[in-house]
Design a protein around this ligand. Structure first.
Ligand code: M6R
Length: 620
């Protein structure tokens, strides 16, 4: 949701913090702000809008050099995206500066409490209470080393909701403290310097050595005393150490105009890497972290797939594959609905949660609800060590690498592949597929990177088409079977990037109402299944193309090489390589990503940071 950076060390803190914010801006870009400690006080700068506005303000009136600083890039929840509401927030005594990611649910009561002591609030945010409470808690804490951490523990224990807080105090020029609950925070450890970040991208150009902070923990980083982690009660805990396995270059645009285009181009690698090393010594498929036994997996009698947005579309594809390969019933649900309707779960239910970021609050809450009901939870996730995989019973990591553009692309393809692997692992453990059958499907999966690479070489006509569609009011997407979730994903990409009304439909459902919206020239994208194997399905979709064309639609048809049946009905024909029906979404999605990107670019929009969105949605 928001991006947080902190730094203590010998470098100029402002440079380090701004560098980190640049890499975290994808998390929110409603406003940005920084605070450094200098001359015994807090020096702050904050601006509504993108980070560039803050950088311009700083160029006009620079902050003093300092060895300690914090920064924030915001996705607004409480209070509009104004200068006033931008973080950091400074306490009434001017000593504490604090940045926050999440929502403090009991902020109204805490605000009244502060106001009763005469404090006047300077913003409409929930965050500001944390600054005032920290200042008071600091005064109440025993003097000496660890005083600011003690204040942070006292305040954090009183907060309800989700938060990562990072704070500095004018009387502690070498110390930063932070705390987290249900919101991400990682610590970077350099040579005589420490970093805090919402994710490792914040400090990857300085160090790859990281420490993972657990739930309800407080960290103090001090230039002289080093790093100390405790729980909210003050008990010291040892944070898990890890080395980040990607470098700063992986988070740069690499010559592409947009991160999204770079990430689309990386898809063959993302798919290949997600498949890498999945075959165990005995020839069986393996998960990354398994806290479930084979018997647990054999006992499963129902699967729920729970996720949001693009990850939900991956879940819809998972249903087709898992049911087909294992014959276990699968339900797919958006995470924000799941726990509120009392789903029927027990120990023999497997809940597969899918999340690129591993921090999506709706998905995390669904996971916790599933665990409360004693269900087993398997996470498919792209961010190592994030909250969702940490709280799950088993994990399958997608190895798509860092995804910076707000729109999910390579992580989606990697998620689909991971879903196939889950289906195959279940089939293998439960003995419903022979080893050679599993191996044959894996061999088909291994052809996917090449197929995606081929699609990418033939995208110029799609870009041209995109430019011609830039003025469209509505674009519809149709598909059947696994083509239906692809249609939903194509529509989502278009909405979020190009701000054009778009809807995805099950192609057979169109005639039950939505066909009425089709007018002369309405663009309709149709994802056509392979004519091989399930030709009944293919025939039905070809009929659907004719139906919309008869009503004036401009048809944009995505069909595999050699499918000649569609040729007479396609105003625009986009070819993709032949792929088995169940695996086809991995290739048919790619032209839809390019189409949305090109339309958005032609309309002059920021493709990487669409309006109103954030990469990682850490509030419910
Ligand atoms: O990090 P997650 O996969 O949990 O995120 C879920 C959705 O917020 C995400 O897929 C969102 O829909 C993307 N912006 C779509 O491009």
């Amino acid at each position: 949701m928001c991006g947080i950076v902190g730094y203590v060390g010998p470098q100029n803190a402002l440079d380090v913090v701004l560098g980190g914010l640049r890499r975290l801006e994808y998390r929110g870009y409603d406003s940005a702000g920084v605070a450094v400690l200098a001359d015994g006080g807090q020096a702050t700068a904050k601006k509504a809008g993108k980070l560039a506005n803050l950088e311009k303000a700083l160029a006009d009136s620079p902050l003093p050099e300092s060895t300690i600083g914090i920064g924030h890039t915001r996705w607004a929840t409480h209070g509009g995206p104004t200068d006033r509401n931008a973080h950091p927030h400074v306490s009434a005594d001017g000593k504490v500066a604090v940045v926050h990611n999440g929502i403090i649910e009991n902020f109204a009561a805490l605000r009244s409490e502060c106001e009763a002591t005469g404090i006047e609030f300077a913003s409409e945010t929930d965050t500001e209470v944390a600054g005032h409470l920290l200042a008071a808690a600091y005064e109440a804490a025993p003097a000496g080393p660890g005083r600011l951490a003690e204040a942070m523990r006292a305040v954090s224990s009183r907060l309800e909701g989700a938060f990562t807080l990072v704070a500095s105090h004018a009387d502690e020029p070498d110390t930063l403290v932070a705390s987290r609950r249900n919101s991400p925070l990682v610590v970077g450890v350099g040579d005589g310097e420490y970093f805090l970040g919402s994710d490792v991208a914040a400090f990857i150009s300085h160090t790859r050595e990281a420490r993972e902070l657990g739930q309800d923990q407080v960290v103090e980083i001090d230039r002289h005393r080093g790093l100390t982690v405790t729980d909210f009660a003050g008990t010291v805990v040892e944070p898990a150490a890890y080395t980040v396995d990607w470098d700063a270059e992986a988070a740069e645009k690499g010559g592409h105009e947009w991160f999204m285009l770079k990430e689309i181009a990386e898809q063959p690698q993302a798919v290949a890497d997600t498949l890498l090393g999945r075959l165990g010594e005995d020839g069986g498929l393996v998960l990354d972290e398994v806290r479930l036994t084979d018997q647990d997996l054999r006992d499963i009698d129902k699967v729920f797939v729970v996720s949001c947005g693009t990850s939900f579309h991956a879940g819809l594809i998972a249903k087709y594959a898992i049911e087909h390969w294992t014959r276990i019933p699968v339900e797919v649900e958006v995470a924000s609905e799941f726990r509120y309707r009392d789903p029927v779960l027990d120990r023999s239910t497997l809940v597969v949660v899918i999340s690129q970021s591993g921090e999506t609050m709706d998905t995390l809450m669904a996971l916790r609800h599933a665990k409360d009901q004693k269900a087993r939870v398997l996470a498919i996730c792209n961010v190592n060590g994030s909250t969702i995989p940490r709280e799950s019973d088993a994990v399958l990591y997608t190895h798509a690498g860092p995804e910076i553009a707000v729109a999910s692309t390579k992580s989606f393809l990697a998620q689909i592949v991971a879903c196939y692997l889950v289906g195959l692992i279940l089939a293998q453990v439960r003995g419903v597929k022979y080893a050679d059958e599993v191996a044959a499907i894996v061999a088909e999966l291994q052809k996917l990177p090449e197929a995606v690479a081929q699609v990418l070489t033939q995208m110029e006509p799609v870009r041209e088409l995109g430019r011609s569609l830039a003025d469209a009011d509505t674009i519809l997407f149709l598909g059947r079977h696994v083509g239906f979730p692809v249609a939903l994903e194509g529509a989502l990409k278009l909405k979020e990037l190009a701000y054009i009304h778009a809807e995805g439909f099950a192609a057979g459902e169109l005639k039950h109402g939505p066909i009425a919206v089709i007018d002369q020239g309405t663009p309709v994208v149709v994802i056509v299944p392979s004519p091989r194997g399930r030709s009944l399905l293919h025939g039905k979709v070809v009929s659907n193309i004719q139906e919309v064309r008869a009503r004036g639609a401009r048809t944009i048809v995505i069909a595999e090489d050699g499918d000649d049946d569609v040729v007479p009905y396609a105003d625009h024909l986009i070819r993709v390589p032949r792929t088995p029906t169940l695996l086809a979404p991995v290739v048919t999605t790619v032209p839809l990503q390019i189409l949305a990107c090109e339309i958005a670019d032609t309309r002059g929009f920021d493709v990487d940071q669409p309006r109103n969105l954030a990469k990682s949605v850490t509030v419910e």
